[in-house]
Design a protein around this ligand. Structure first.
Ligand code: ZN
Length: 124
């Protein structure tokens, strides 16, 4: 079992956790699986950095991108998945999907449970 003794950690699994990109999620009872793949295992056209397959309920993300781009790609494909689940034609509007995906990434990446600072409280 040479794999078991290999020094390389399970990089992709660590990356899912580190970037807050889930391995699976549920939409309308469908399990959507999410894969971050190295370029060598990318099964789709090389011009794409992400892919949502509505038949397989699977999001693929190319791993040879910076962390923020991986998160943005995940959010972009998640927006496709959400809109496809709604049967909404906006899923075919790449500008809309990309803008909403980018905003979603910003929101998710900046989630905080810290209380607002006193300075931010305004009492007029
Ligand atoms: Zn797209």
């Amino acid at each position: 079992m040479p794999r078991a003794t290999a020094r390389a950690p399970r990089v992709d699994g660590d990356r899912h956790r580190r970037l807050g990109v889930p391995r699976r999620l549920q939409l309308h009872g469908h399990e959507i699986t999410v894969r971050i793949l190295p370029l060598s295992k990318w099964p789709h056209t090389k011009s794409a950095v992400g892919m949502y397959d509505p038949t397989l309920h699977r999001i693929d993300i190319r791993g040879d991108q910076p962390d923020t781009a991986v998160q943005q790609t995940f959010c972009h494909e998640l927006v496709h998945a959400l809109l496809d689940e709604m049967n909404h034609k906006l899923s075919h509007d790449e500008v809309f999907v990309d803008t909403l995906g980018s905003l979603l990434q910003q929101a998710l990446a900046s989630f905080s449970n810290r209380r607002p600072s006193a300075r931010a409280k305004s009492h007029r």
